[in-house]
Write a protein that binds this ligand. Structure first.
Ligand code: ARG
Length: 578
């Protein structure tokens, strides 16, 4: 149990002893302002209001029953009935010591491991990955890492777009290029260029266009030769995604790919079942479900097309089939990391899947939407000439920019170290800039701020980490040799220790709400409190008592471990030196 939960339970017990019905919670949270204790319980006010009594008096009755002996040094009532809890430094010191000797830093595995299906990244394979795929890939991966660390079973699903009419055109183009003697890997070296080329042929050459359309039909009816070309295309495109995931330090592998095409065989069944339930009806030659649940203001139901006129199935149809499949994996939660612009689509799919009983009620279906990455002009991020920015190029640029900075800042690094640092800082900066923003908002992509060594950035945290490492190098001490007996003598030490102990509650919140920025803000607080501690509390200076020195070294070691673990859960690497 984390500190917050444990205090919350203490307060809750006291409330019950004070005769307050169990439905009124402790409303306990870390105090926001200095001087108001470490944690604050605000539940007395709501309870008093409902019970029609005086809130301050009720707060006093709770405090009278509250037994925090050995945990808190002071409990006070403030304002209309806030209960402020000041934790005892000795207790905090002991907790910090315990957390420090635990490789998981006090973060227990969840009592009940869940099976969580996470749909993320999921690019369209017809084209090269572009900046539009960045957010889903890295936010989803941060969640996957956090959930796994919590002990849950995570099933990654890379729901790639590997089907649809554009593949007819791509296959026709591939066939032509292979006829000229190319091998697929070579012809598809520049996936984006290849797409443009085939689109040009499609628009200009009627024969080519007709052949493309034929290939769509052949693909759908399982023509072997066309399927073989399609498989070649898919293989090369997936290899491209794999390279990006490696460069981005995203944990997706080939084994996590289960694209739209995997559901082809089930699409007619989806339609059949929706018809049998009376949900899908014919409308202008298409098969459509009209959802009253999502009707607009005028009361027009929201249409979901299941099958087009002419027989083609749609994006929503494969998502319905995918949901059935995911439910069959005994999932407790299915999480989708997709752009907010697909919110209506997800809402339709979830509503319809529930209505058709494709997924049992107890499975939680969650669309974790995110905003758009914007350029400095406040419009969606584009190249100078207005094209989409390729992810591979963006990442290369990040590493290059970081390399320039590092060359200026640390001329003493070896060539090898420089490459390592530039890669980790460059990629880390791009990821952190994204992860540290509230996911649901749009955000402005800015090289200078993300690569800054000051402020809430990856380089700042990576630097804080190396700074602690250098303290140990300077002292010639191995952190694992410390006896980890911590005493909290001053306010900055206490503030830092308390922050370190809040890691478990932060991670639980991230896993629950899927907001990685909560972890980023926390790490930034940790690093900032460390800098304050470091300024105020000498460690290696002459005259510092050995016990104090060791305690401070242990606090520093705990900080380094926390920052490293936190960054790792965000998919960001640390280094020993920079
Ligand atoms: N391929 C889609 C796109 O690029 C994203 C797929 C997201 N996942 C899903 N199950 N619909 O927009």
């Amino acid at each position: 149990m984390n500190i917050r939960e444990s205090l919350s339970q203490h307060v809750q017990n006291a409330m019950q002893k004070a005769g307050i019905p169990a439905k009124y919670g402790a409303a306990l949270a870390p105090s926001k302002k200095a001087g108001f204790g470490d944690y604050q319980a605000n539940g007395a006010m709501a309870a008093a209001k409902a019970m029609k009594t005086n809130p301050r008096e009720l707060a006093q009755q709770i405090v009278d029953q509250l037994d925090l002996d050995g945990i808190a040094e002071k409990i006070e009532i403030a304002g209309p009935g806030f209960i402020n809890i000041h934790l005892s430094p000795a207790w905090l010191a002991q907790q910090t010591t315990e957390a420090l000797s635990d490789s998981r830093l006090g973060f227990n595995k969840a009592d009940k491991a869940q099976t969580v299906v996470v749909d993320y990244s999921s690019p369209n394979l017809a084209k090269e990955m572009h900046v539009g795929h960045l957010r889903s890939s890295i936010i989803g991966d941060a969640l996957v890492r956090t959930l796994e660390f919590q002990g849950h079973k995570v099933i990654r699903q890379n729901h790639v777009g590997d089907w649809g009419t554009q593949f007819g055109m791509l296959i026709a183009e591939l066939e032509d290029q292979l006829k000229d003697g190319d091998v697929a890997e070579f012809a598809l070296k520049d996936l984006e260029g290849f797409y443009q080329q085939s689109k040009k042929h499609f628009d200009a050459d009627e024969d080519f266009a007709q052949r493309s359309r034929d290939y769509v039909v052949k693909l759908q009816s399982g023509d072997e030769r066309v399927l073989e070309l399609w498989a070649q295309f898919k293989k090369v495109s997936l290899k491209h995604s794999k390279d990006i995931y490696e460069q981005l330090n995203v944990t997706l592998t080939e084994a996590d790919v289960r694209g739209e095409s995997a559901y082809n065989d089930d699409l007619p069944n989806v339609l059949k079942d929706l018809k049998a339930l009376g949900l899908a009806v014919e409308s202008e030659g298409a098969q459509v479900v009209f959802l009253e649940e999502l009707a607009d203001k005028e009361g027009n139901p929201s249409p979901v097309i299941i099958q087009k006129q002419g027989g083609g199935f749609l994006y929503a149809t494969s998502d319905l089939a995918a949901l059935r499949y995911r439910a069959s994996l005994s999932a407790d939660r299915v999480m989708y990391f997709i752009d907010a612009r697909q919110s209506l689509h997800m809402n339709q799919v979830f509503t319809l899947a529930r209505k058709a009983k494709f997924v049992p009620e107890n499975i939680s279906l969650e669309h974790h939407a995110f905003g758009t990455m914007m350029g400095s002009d406040g419009k969606p991020f584009k190249t100078r000439s207005g094209g989409t920015v390729k992810l591979a190029e963006l990442l290369d640029e990040a590493v290059e920019r970081a390399a320039t900075l590092i060359a200026e800042k640390d001329p003493d690094l070896t060539e090898e170290e420089r490459v390592e640092v530039a890669t980790k800082v460059g990629i880390g900066a791009v990821k952190y800039a994204d992860l540290s923003k509230t996911r649901t908002n749009d955000y402005i992509f800015n090289w200078d701020s993300m690569l800054s060594f000051e402020g809430n950035t990856a380089p700042y945290l990576q630097y804080a980490y190396t700074r602690i490492k250098s303290i140990f190098r300077k002292a010639g001490i191995d952190a694992s040799d410390l006896n980890n007996s911590i005493t909290l003598e001053t306010e900055p030490e206490k503030a830092l220790a308390l922050k370190l102990l809040q890691l478990p509650e932060v991670l639980e919140q991230v896993a629950r709400e899927a907001y990685p920025h909560v972890l980023c803000n926390y790490l930034f607080d940790v690093a900032s409190l460390f800098m304050k501690f470091y300024e105020a509390c000498p460690i290696l200076k002459e005259g510092v008592k050995p016990a104090t020195r060791d305690s401070r070294l242990a606090i520093a070691a705990a900080t380094a471990k926390t920052v490293q673990l936190g960054l790792d859960l965000l998919g960001i690497e640390t280094m020993e030196k920079m």
